[in-house]
Design a binder for this molecule. Structure first.
Ligand SMILES: Cc1ncc(COP(=O)(O)O)c(C=O)c1O
Length: 423
């Protein structure tokens, strides 16, 4: 599959040295069409929210609905572990099946496989909506749950999913990794999962929200002082790298010099987060990390961040980005309209010749991701032609609250220029 991808001119990450904790990319190279190695530069702008004074002080009185309101709430180190705990509470194990979208990110599938269960893929439509009829046709006596994701923050048909689950007697895992905020988000699922680091300036974080009585018996390991300090350093280094919290740079340098190390090394982090190709990936799910709670520091930062401000900035940035990128031959936004009720995760675009131009986009060091670039083994045209199309044409750009106007202009300008120049 990698070779086929290279033949198609698709760039394939071959050496993503993954940190054991959460798959952080410490360095990444890719193979070009000729098979040579090429370094993928880190993004010039942060892919996810980062710590800044502005963000910490920003306030807004506007009430924004969040998934945390709809049940008991636990915070873990990643959304994938929330899925894992939900599966445990449902008693999902070997020989059970879980329905999942054919267009997915592998972090959604890993927990299912880690439990010994089988993911069964249902079709999606061209706006990434669940094809309920196809999902129904895939229900068997072994089906224990259906997982559905509100992609990029845009809602799935919650009532239809709820009645599907009730009708077939399966649980609904509502994946709100892209939709921490927004009307209706988290109100339909028996289990609701979130991914905190996509919305808050924290080092690691995910959450599980449910009214399942078993949640009370889930015991989480608390994090010690060292973990808190490590999170603090990671966050500060990330912010310094992108020109925030610069007042902390001199004292940190001094500290490092006293320790005889010179300037602190800002480890490349998961701002650059290419999904590994199937051949080189291991399951990115570590059972021993499932029950680790997030650090106290991340908890504080999560709660200090103003939901009203996050929602307003993300919506503004989304609109700005769409305006600046515009449309053109072979380029269009997937969701041109932003309903009042949506707080977007990223701005998704359809690009006709994405596979050919992707190396140029990587060289431009854009804060971007390709959702569903690598589909789970066996997910092909016969399973869902739309998902295969998405894996070749879908790309999304950051629009989070911590991006400045200048950064948004650089991202949109470089993206538009490359896509239209090379299209
Ligand atoms: C739709 C979706 N669900 C779940 C996850 C897992 O979240 P986490 O990375 O916090 O484990 C992701 C990760 O990006 C995702 O995109």
């Amino acid at each position: 599959m990698v070779n086929a991808a290279i033949e198609r001119g698709q760039s394939v990450p071959v050496k993503a040295r993954r940190n054991r904790r959460l798959g952080t990319i410490a360095s990444a190279t890719t193979k070009d069409a000729a098979g040579g190695e090429r370094l993928i530069p880190e993004p010039q702008e942060p892919l996810f929210p980062i710590l800044s004074l502005k963000g910490l002080l920003a306030r807004s009185a506007t009430k924004v609905p969040s998934i945390a309101e709809h049940g008991d709430f636990i915070e873990l180190i990643a959304g994938r572990y929330a899925i894992g705990i939900a599966l445990d509470l449902l008693g999902v194990g070997i020989s059970d099946e879980v329905l999942v979208p054919a267009c997915h990110c592998t972090a959604m599938i890993d927990p299912i496989v880690a439990k010994g269960a089988t993911p069964v893929f249902y079709k999606i439509d061209r706006l990434l909506n669940v094809d309920i009829a196809d999902a129904s046709s895939k229900v068997t006596p072994k089906t224990k749950a259906i997982m559905a994701s509100h992609m990029f923050g845009f809602p799935q048909d919650g009532p239809a999913l709820r009645s599907f689950a009730d009708q077939h007697g399966v649980a609904l895992i509502e994946d709100c990794a892209h939709a921490f905020f927004g009307d209706g988000m988290g109100t339909y699922g028996d289990f609701v999962i979130g991914s905190g680091r996509k919305f808050f300036p924290i080092a690691q974080g995910g959450c599980l929200v449910t009214r399942h009585p078993g949640l009370r018996d889930v015991k989480l390991q608390s994090r010690g002082l060292v973990a808190n300090l490590r999170d603090a350093l990671t966050l500060i280094e990330r912010s310094l790298k992108f020109g925030r919290l610069w007042l902390l740079d001199p004292p940190l340098m001094l500290l490092e010099r006293l320790r005889g190390k010179g300037k602190p090394t800002t480890e490349p982090d998961d701002s650059l987060n290419p999904e590994p190709a199937p051949e080189e990936r291991e399951i990115d799910y570590f059972p021993d990390e499932e029950h680790i709670g997030i650090s106290g520091l991340s908890k504080i930062l999560w709660r200090m961040t103003s939901p009203g401000w996050v929602a307003r900035k993300r919506r503004e940035n989304y609109r700005k980005l769409l305006d600046l990128v515009g449309e053109g031959p072979g380029l269009r936004p997937l969701f041109p309209d932003l309903p009042d009720t949506v707080v977007p995760f990223m701005a998704a675009f359809w690009v006709d010749r994405l596979e050919e131009i992707f190396p140029s986009l990587e060289d431009a060091a854009l804060p971007m991701q390709r959702y569903g670039q690598f589909l789970w083994e066996g997910v092909d045209e016969t399973v869902c032609p739309v998902s295969v199309d998405m894996s070749k044409h879908l790309i999304q750009l950051a629009c989070h609250q911590d991006l400045t106007d200048t950064e948004l202009r650089r991202i949109a300008g470089a993206f538009r220029e490359i896509v239209l120049r090379e299209n």
